[in-house]
Design a binder for this molecule. Sequence first.
Ligand code: KG4
Ligand code: ZN
Length: 336
Amino acid sequence: MEDVVILGIESSCDETAAAVVVNGRDVRSNVIYSQVPLHTIYGGVVPEIASRKHIEKVNQVIRKALSDANMTWDDITAIAVTYGPGLVGPLLVGVGTAKAISYAKKIPLVGVHHIEGHISANYIENKDLEPPFMCLVASGGHSHIVKCTDYGKYEIIGRTRDDAAGEAFDKVARAIGLGYPGGPKVDKLAKEGNPDAIEFPRAKFADAPYDFSFSGIKSAVLNYLNSCEMKGIEVNRADVAASFQKAVIEVLTDHAVRAAKDHGCDKLALAGGVAANSSLREHMRKSAEAVGISFYNPSLIFCTDNAAMIGAAGYYDYLRGIRDDYSLNAVPNLKI
Ligand code: KG4
Ligand code: ZN
């Protein structure tokens, strides 16, 4: 069979990214322009600034992805682009660019769901991974336990009722003065703290054992900080980071491993920005393997936003005959 070469484009938040992926799993180039330093001074992503920067960078990033892969437009079978969920302005830059190239070069266009991209990041380095498998997706905007029943087919097993796990990391980081982006900073500081120093709550729902809630733990951290301040007690920030992180990781792991077991899945994958967390990776691997479940997680570079994952997801969409026309639009609140 002839190779299917996908150019992936991702611009849903603050990373402008393009990648060339052959047959869904062979990444020939992976270019990411991160805007993180640009947004750091504001303590979070500023959508208007992000959109403008995407416009400035997108063509450059795409050209580099082609040249790093040693390819020309004639080699590209299809263009896969994230069309949601995400920030509308940033999404529109990627979608508009992909449509323009598709029209000018007569290359088929495939719109990709960002979360499907995160899940598909697991295919890149795990060449033997095939559905069905259970996947925990934890990012800045999502915390879902998803059963991938086939390529492109998903069943939601559990979801957050309020904040996403990444959002909780970012808010706690801000509260203890670590700044943006919070996740990696909490991860680093937690290594110096005692995870058993403070007992933070772990939310559970009797009627939905796989659902999450992270707003309670975020409030508990804020209350703890306030009460320390009122009592004039000096806060050990590393202990707060480690104890918070332990509580979140325990809940994520417990629910995901149980979901896999209860649904008869012998494979569990991890995806999304929070999947870059070193303790979560270690804890989930140990917990899954202890009950005979194989564990998969992407390398760090494929956990946070990138276009290789969009190329991987786009490949399987392309094989299933999915094609978009020039009416493809950004859908900021696209559902799974
Ligand atoms: O997937 P992603 O790059 O963007 C979204 O689709 O949201 O995820 C970003 C989220 C942020 O909330 C960030 O704080 C979190 O992932 N994150 C981490 C780590 N690296 C990124 N959370 C915990 N530990 C990390 N090492
Ligand atoms: Zn993402």
